[in-house]
Ligand binder design. Sequence first.
Ligand code: 8YV
Length: 326
Amino acid sequence: MSLPKVYVGFTIQEAGLAVLRGNVDFEMWEGDGAAPKDILLKKLADADGFLEGHSKVDAELLDAAPKLKVVSNYGVGYDNIDISAASARGICVTNTPGVLTEATADLGFALILASARRLMEANAFLRSGEWNVWSAELMVGVDVFGATIGIVGLGQIGQAVARRAKGFGMKVLYSGTSRKPEAEAESGAEYMPLDELLRVSDFVSLHCPLNDATRGLIGERELKMMKKTAILINIARGAVVDQEALFRACSEKWIWGAGLDVFEREPVPLNEPLLALRNVTTLPHIGSASRASRDGMAACAASNLVAALKGNRPQNLVNPEVWKGR
Ligand code: 8YV
C-alpha cells in the first residue's frame, strides 16, 4: 500500500523528519522561509497532509488541495489558518502547545528585564564608545522585583510567565475571556477586568491568541489608561496591538516603553517607526526559538500529522468538530 503524500512547507528539524520517515511519503521546501504560494498551490494538488509554519492557509489554498485531510501547524498560534474553511472541508487542523511553553515564557521574561533595565540601549551605548564617565543617572531603569504584572490571557504561556513573576516577588494580575480558578490557585494570579488591570499594572504582558475579539485589543484608549511608568510586553501576535497607537504612546511618553517579539507585519519592515525608538526593545519573533522547544515543535507537528493520516485522533486537534462521528 502506498504511503500518504505530505508536503512540508518549510525546513523542519530532524526530530520531525524522523517521525515522518516510513510513515508518509513527504517532500519538503528547502528554500528560505516558507514555500511561496505558487509552489504550495502545485504541491498541495495531490497532498493528503500539509505541515506548515507561518503559511497563510485560506479557502483558496484548501480548494487547490482536494485530497487534503490534515493541516499540521508548527506553532501554538494558528491565526494563519482559516479554521472554518478547513472544518467545512472536513480537514483536521493541529497545533503544538506545551512543547514551547517554558521557552516562550523565558523569552517573555527576558523582554521584561531587557525593557525595564534598558539592556539593548546600554549595550549599544557601551559599544559605540559613549561610556566615558560614570554618572549616578546612567541608564537608570524601571524596577522589576516587587512590581505588578498584568497578564492578558492566562493560558499555558501566561501561567508560565506568572510563575516566573512570583520568583521576582511580583504581584500577578490577569484578565481574559473567562476566570480560571485552577490556574489562579496554582499561579497566585488575581483576576481583574482588562481596563482595571491596565490602570494598575507596571508591566502589561500579552499572551492571548489573535482572533476577531483580540485584534487591536490594545489601542490608543487602552494605552492611555496605562501608567506613565508602565511597560507593554507583546510575545503573542503583533495585531493584538495597534502598532501606530503604540508608536505614539512610546514616543509621546504616555507609557515608559515596550518590549516586542511580534509585529503586525513580519519580517518587520526596517522603516517601521517603532524600530527607531530607544524605549522600545524589539526581537524577530524568537519566543519559541530554543533547541528543545524547536525540536519538540517539529516532532509534535509531525506526530499530529501522522496520527491524522493513520486515522487516529491527533493529540492537538484544534477543530474537534471534524472528528465527530469518527
Ligand atoms: C513560532 C509562535 O515561531 O507558536 C507560536 O504561535 O508564534 C512561534 O512559536 C511560529 O508560530 C512558527 O510557525
